[in-house]
Design a binder for this molecule. Sequence first.
Ligand SMILES: *Cc1c(COP(=O)(O)O)cnc(C)c1O
Length: 404
Amino acid sequence: MNAALPVPVEAASPHVMNTYGRLPLALSHGQGCRVWDVNGKAYLDALGGIAVNTLGHNHPRLVPALQEQISRLIHTSNYYHIPLQEALAAKLVELSGMTNVFFCSTGLEANEAALKLARKFGHDKGIERAEIVVYDKAFHGRSIATLSATGNAKVQAGFGPLVEGFIRVPLNDVQALKKATAGNPNVVAVFLEAIQGEGGVNPVDVDYLRALRKLCDEQDWLLMIDEVQCGMGRTGKWFAHQWAGILPDVMPLAKGLGSGVPIGAVVAGPKAAKIFAPGNHGSTFGGNPLAMRAGVETIRIMEEDGLLANAVKVGDHLKAALQRELGSQPGLKEIRGRGLMLGVELTVPCSELVGRAAEKGLLISVTADSVIRMVPSLIMTTVEADEVVSILAPLVKQLIKEKA
Ligand SMILES: *Cc1c(COP(=O)(O)O)cnc(C)c1O
């Protein structure tokens, strides 16, 4: 994508398995929303490690806390009590209004645990072949079960047979859901992202979420909301479903929870909190002291620095600036999302923009072929948001002109 770099992309990491289409650049260090590559070139980071670097890079309070934790204790086993697990669980319970937490290390692992909870919830009430409602364009991870739940043929291609027991429906359509599940006694759960991330930054209507809560109560299904990408303050509430004023029964978390230290969590409400007993589930790395400290400090700093309010302020500013620069542009389909989870959908595929933006010193991603996605650190300023637009808008206009 970047002809200026002498090393061919494939040759840059000849021993690393070829699972990502990588840009021909390597980053060396970062500060706030800025990162520098090994040649000293600076980039404004509007991707935040894909919604992971909640506090930006080299945060002045996170880094010393992690250093202190590393010198004290990195890992023990879940055979012992880990006080930091209890500290982070108590905080997540307080913020979510739910009751208990299981810790793991990634998003797919959190979703895998959620799927196991749903199946055992069914088994415990005599349903042997549990079925779970999932959605078009959903993304839940790349393990065999979570890619089966994912609504993207490219993610599934080559990995069959898929896990059975999923019923797929379109987003935001209550009638379609009722029709797809009518008279089926095996349904145990509805599983969805509050804002689809990889599927193209597609928000779920708050009315639809409320209707799901009602239906799940009536039918005794679990409402499982994947907040791996849209959670942890990104939309201006701790969890994106809170805009609908509802409570899920199961909520997987990961990405932004540890500001870059690998971490995952499944938060459960009363209906799901007592399903697992010793022996049902586990994770060697899950809940280790380093990851737990990262979670505790991330939330502490978010609260101290008002980062939820900042996500709303800077997100609104960024969205308005994008709208102003690109809103009336032919080839622009829609600008959508909430807080600092924004998507700009074009009428044409636009993956070239990733490399072109990097050349101009801006990191973004393109998902679902034609959606420019921005999920920066929650510490981003309005000045930086303006800089994002000043780099991105001309590139978008140029691309649309080329493809017209
Ligand atoms: C990224 C993502 C996952 C998968 O997380 P990993 O840590 O990559 O396994 C699952 N669900 C959603 C909504 C995601 O955005």
